[in-house]
Ligand binder design. Structure first.
Ligand code: TXA
Ligand code: MG
Length: 340
């Protein structure tokens, strides 16, 4: 674990990355597991450490817009507008790949995901490294993303050379991904840069492919962002009755509700003294997102039988959060199917 402002630590991190080692670093969204994006050996190490299939593309992180030309073969004007408006920030642009970009980065596709993160430690590291860093979220494949250096350390031991500590992440869920590689623009993964913000900058609507949250995600696997404990995602009106039914069935129940809703109201009566089994999260989406993975981890660590999660409103600033909650619940269905 390390202190972020120390320039000798950044120098050490850069040296490790140049040798093909992995360095975890903070971004404003979640912690990333960084590897030299031009090194097949480093990328191999990255996929192995994460336990992630090699056909999943990774995002390349850059320090400045000038580096776009090193990684994308073309950048259409609309993509430039978004880069100008939101970088550094929690937005990833999918663009046509430059010829040298390894299949290990793109997952064999003809596009590449690029982003300039808005975190002083990430930017200092990227400026010192002077090239692109592949950085998926620094968690084992399919598990909750990390929002503190300690979360990273919980998932990884000696596979990672260094973990740069930049404190808790400000945004708390992964970047909004916009596909700008073809005609039109569409959101592949919702985040805290909202469709409305993007459309305002573009001055025209995004393409909306099937408006269900959770199906626009590139790769399309539901197996992301899940705690180990079974998750039941239920609407506010079903929240109390679900908790009661699970408890009556002899289950140890943890709960994540939203303040000011039916679930939030019911949740206070469900507290098991001393257990810390109920969290009532803020009803403001940016605050909720900031705490989401920490709250999930806290409840997961109880090792109870089930976490009942109150659904959030589906649209607007909640859409990225709603997407992650659906995935957390979907993973359980899938894993139970596998182990049953
Ligand atoms: O906020 C974030 O984006 C964080 C921080 C560390 O920057 N990173 C992150 O990376 O969430 P990861 O690998 O956990 O998720 C990256 C997502 C994957 O779902 C992948 O499918 C998508 O980005 N992606 C990357 N390159 C792509 C491409 N060329 N085409 C379509 N999707 C792509
Ligand atoms: Mg991830």
């Amino acid at each position: 674990m390390s202190n972020s402002d120390d320039s000798s630590l950044i120098a050490k991190a850069v040296a490790a990355l140049r040798q093909g080692a992995l360095v975890a670093f903070p971004t404003e969204t979640v912690y990333g597991l960084g590897a030299d994006a031009r090194s097949a050996a480093a990328l191999d190490r990255l996929y192995k450490a994460k336990g992630r299939p090699a056909n999943h593309p990774v995002i390349v992180h850059l320090a400045s817009v000038e580096q776009l030309a090193d990684w994308a073969s073309s950048v259409k004007p609309e993509a430039r507008l978004l880069a100008q408006a939101f970088w550094p920030g929690p937005l990833t642009l999918i663009l046509p790949r430059a010829a040298h970009v390894l299949d290990l980065v793109t997952g064999g596709q003809n596009t590449v995901g690029l982003r300039i993160p808005n975190h002083p430690v990430a930017l200092t590291l990227l400026q010192a490294f002077q090239d692109g860093l592949a950085a998926p979220s620094a968690n084992k494949f399919g598990r909750l993303s990390p929002t503190t250096a300690q979360d990273v350390a919980d998932d990884f031991a000696d596979e990672v050379a260094m973990v740069l500590d930049g404190g808790p992440c400000e945004v708390g869920i992964e970047s909004t991904i916009v596909d700008a590689s073809g005609d039109g623009m569409r959101i592949l993964r919702p985040g805290m840069i909202l469709a409305d913000h993007i459309e305002e900058v573009l001055g025209k609507p995004l393409h909306r492919a099937g408006d269900k949250p959770g199906v626009r995600f590139s790769g399309g696997l539901p197996s992301h962002y899940a705690p180990r404990t079974k998750v039941l995602l239920v609407g506010p009106e079903k929240f109390e009755q679900t908790v009661k039914a699970e408890t009556a069935a002899g289950k140890k129940v943890a709960a994540l509700a939203v303040a000011g809703t039916a679930g939030g109201g019911a949740a206070s009566s469900m507290v098991v003294p001393g257990a810390g089994n109920v969290i009532v999260a803020p009803d403001e989406p940016f605050e909720y997102a900031r705490q989401l993975y920490r709250n999930m981890r806290t409840l997961d660590k109880l090792k109870f039988d089930v976490i009942v999660v109150e659904q959030v409103p589906p649209g607007g600033a909640w859409s990225g959060i709603a997407d992650r909650l659906v995935r957390a619940a979907a993973e359980q269905i899938q894993m139970q199917g596998e182990t049953a």
